[in-house]
Ligand binder design. Sequence first.
Ligand code: C6P
Length: 416
Amino acid sequence: MATAETLPLNAEAFRNDFPILSTVLHGDQPLAYLDNAATTQRPRQVIDKVVEVYERHYANVHRGIHWLSDQSTDLFEEAREKVRQFINAGSAPEVIFTTGCTMAINLVARSWGDANVRAGDEIIITEMEHHSNSVPWHQLAERTGAVVRHVPITEEGLLDLDAFDAMVSERTRLVAITAVSNVLGTINPVQEIVRRAHDAGAVALVDAAQSVPHEKTDVQAIDADFVAFSGHKMMGPSGVGVLYGRLALLEAMPPFLGGGSMIRRVTLDGFEPADPPAKFEAGTPPIVPAIGLGAAIDYLNKIGLDKIHEYERFLTTQAHAVLEEVGGVRFLGPAPEKKAGIVSFTLDGIHAHDVAQILDRHGVAIRAGHHCAMPLHKRLGIAASNRASFYFYNTPGEVETFAEAVRATKRIFRRR
Ligand code: C6P
């Protein structure tokens, strides 16, 4: 475990790359951006890449026979290759560009789900899922008559794996779990869960929106059939995400959306779909966002995901310690050593929105609400919570500022 003296990276060395991080708000408050689980900020290298593509290389991809279209196509496919290497997918066609994690999961629910799930089948998700990994399965259940079941969480905020074992059966068609909870920060044992799902003959999907940006991901080691994540949570432009799918499954699945690019042939009577990934990339894809995501991956690779993970663990541990000193804080989720850089909490007797609003006056940006995880909040017996979430460019000083602002919030409410 890193200490202040042995930090795996120096956040200050990166901050100059991020123009937005030098923002001063409300007159004199330096921005402390602690809402990275919602979306991260972008370094100059990604912004410049986006500008460069629009200024010098932009045309539609996989369509033109002209020079510019070739350039754009090459950059787009290079970005796919960067993603492939980043997550260690076996082949480029297994990397499908979508508009985001939500779209990627919906693609699986509509395409694989409609073709493979029948009345009476069971879909297992967990109590800690983001709505993006629960609503598409409820919709699939509505369409097919399947049943959605939920792995409960323990008091500590971990998945109850015994309950999971008792739930998995020959009726289970799909197990869809988050790698990291966007509220509790819990890091789930996805590899083990995927193994148990496969033992039962089920297909496994991992929602990796909160893990791919922060820790090394090897989709072949995880062995999941599908892995979904978003570019904007890892410094890429918004509007691009990724669905990794096992090639044999992608080949067998029907296309989700119809249109240009996803066909081999169209006649007056119908169409023949293209092979993956084109089969699942109907219409003009998110060309520039995907290339920008490639630039973000270059940036992350230079730092190293292991260092990022270790550094965020340090900030999380620090945040727990300083908030404990403040007092009156209820932490949601397990101890820092079992979670990612996400610290959710409630403050005794103070509404989450009030906390976030007062923190904003101090320049501290955190999220308040149910964080698109209403069933989890119900399970925790609360309507809303606060969440601070870190990335490698956050500093120990910002964590101090955050704690000071929470202390100030308590003072204000004590006076009322
Ligand atoms: N969570 C948060 O503040 P999109 O919106 O498609 O990029 O990602 C959806 C999504 C899926 N799964 C998990 C675990 C997530 O955390 C998110 C996005 C953000 O927590 C925005 S609600």
